[in-house]
Design a protein around this ligand. Structure first.
Ligand SMILES: [Zn+2]
Ligand SMILES: [Zn+2]
Length: 384
């Protein structure tokens, strides 16, 4: 079968302490310290056979994520920007939907013909983190499309415990093809849903939400905020094209943070009350945090989603003075997140399809990742 594979050279920086586990598995915990000179190409691979607890999914659509792009982008020494857990060579792609065509001997939740999407983090269920309910921070985790083969391929084998049925979307989306196209965008919306409702505490209908960054995560998050009853959804995004996508989605308060001072703009839109919810989805924390701190509503929730390469100097007194809290959020595992996002879609309250601005076929999937690297698209999809 065809699949999009990333490979790179294992060349740990001299100052990086490679653990025995990393050396044995050829999986780096901090990839930006280890993987060098990446290469991306569509190659033939053997069709996977599902293990006993897995299902085999024929992939229909898969979205390109910022993390896929960062496996290809490098610093001046050739090391990849991606800084988390990565084993190469690997089939990448983790935002997908498709049809189950085969089930492992012990798989019980699904049968052939079911339409599904899946979570990304395969957790063990036995480590201390898992046993305390933090499966997203499993100590023995693997990740689909990062350390185990992913979804830019005709078929992907997935632990059945990670799959979620999306057949409930048929009424909202009409055809199975549209169901799967929409379902391939569930994953990015779960990232902000997790931040807003599994991590932050006490977000209310009517709250003013501000997204700092309207890339794929920001845009799919704005849809979640609107579906959840935000009083206003405001966004700051420097890319003209991405602001246009946000406006096409029906968001009116979308601004270029370079042209319009965010704190002043938020003050005028909120009648001086500030934003109840700030979502950092830009990663440009040196610019976004000063604006956030100057526009905290009383009791504001700040949700940190992006992978920032550096740390902002936090103005702690401003959080204290506004009774504001800062929540770090990573991933989307557990906490009722996937089923709730699917319900919002089924109810017609959340439609990410207009965020898809480019679609490539699998043969040209490497171009899809290069296109996403331009950072002008809402979401780039691969149709398989
Ligand atoms: Zn992703
Ligand atoms: Zn675990």
């Amino acid at each position: 079968m065809q699949s999009l594979v990333v490979d790179a050279e294992w060349d740990p920086r001299s100052e990086y302490d490679v653990s025995d586990a990393e050396r044995a598995s050829k999986k780096a915990m901090n990839s930006s310290q280890v993987w060098r000179d990446p290469d991306l190409r569509v190659t033939e691979r053997e069709r996977p056979t599902p293990a006993d607890d897995e299902v085999l999914v024929r992939v229909r659509y898969a979205g390109v994520c910022g993390s896929d792009v960062s496996m290809l982008e490098t610093d001046e020494d050739g090391y990849v920007h991606y800084s988390a857990y990565l084993g190469l060579p690997n089939v990448i792609g983790h935002e997908f939907a498709g049809e189950i065509v085969e089930t492992g001997d012990d798989a019980q939740l699904f049968e052939a013909g079911d339409l599904v999407t899946a979570e990304v983090t395969d957790y063990c269920g036995r480590c201390d983190m898992c046993r305390q309910g933090f499966m997203g921070h499993c100590e023995n985790f693997e990740q689909l499309g990062f350390t185990i083969p992913g979804a830019f391929a005709e078929y992907v084998a997935v632990p059945e415990k990670l799959c979620w049925d999306v057949s409930s979307l048929r009424e909202a989306y009409g055809t199975d093809d549209e169901v799967l196209r929409a379902a391939a965008t569930i994953e990015p919306s779960t990232i902000t849903y997790h931040g807003l409702f599994a991590r932050a505490d006490g977000i209310l209908p009517g709250d003013y939400h501000v997204y700092h960054g309207a890339g794929p995560i920001g845009l799919t998050g704005m849809n979640v905020s609107r579906a959840a009853g935000a009083g206003k959804v405001i966004a700051f995004e420097p890319s003209d094209a991405r602001r246009e996508v946000a406006r096409d989605l029906g968001f009116d308060h979308v601004y270029d943070p370079i042209e319009r001072d965010p704190a002043e703009t938020i003050a005028s839109i909120t009648d001086g009350q500030g934003a109840d919810v700030h979502v950092e989805t830009a990663g440009a924390v040196g610019q976004t945090y000063p604006a956030i701190e100057d526009s905290l509503a009383e009791g504001a929730n700040v949700v940190h989603i992006s992978n920032a390469g550096s740390d902002p100097g936090l103005a702690l007194r401003k959080y204290q003075g506004s009774g504001a809290q800062l929540y770090g959020s990573e991933g989307h595992t557990g906490h009722q997140v996937y089923p709730r996002v699917i319900r919002l879609m089924a109810a017609g309250k959340l439609d990410n399809r207009p965020i898809v601005t480019s679609t490539f076929d699998l043969e040209n999937a490497a171009d899809a990742v290069r296109q996403a690297a331009e950072r002008v698209d809402g979401k780039v999809l691969v149709e398989i």
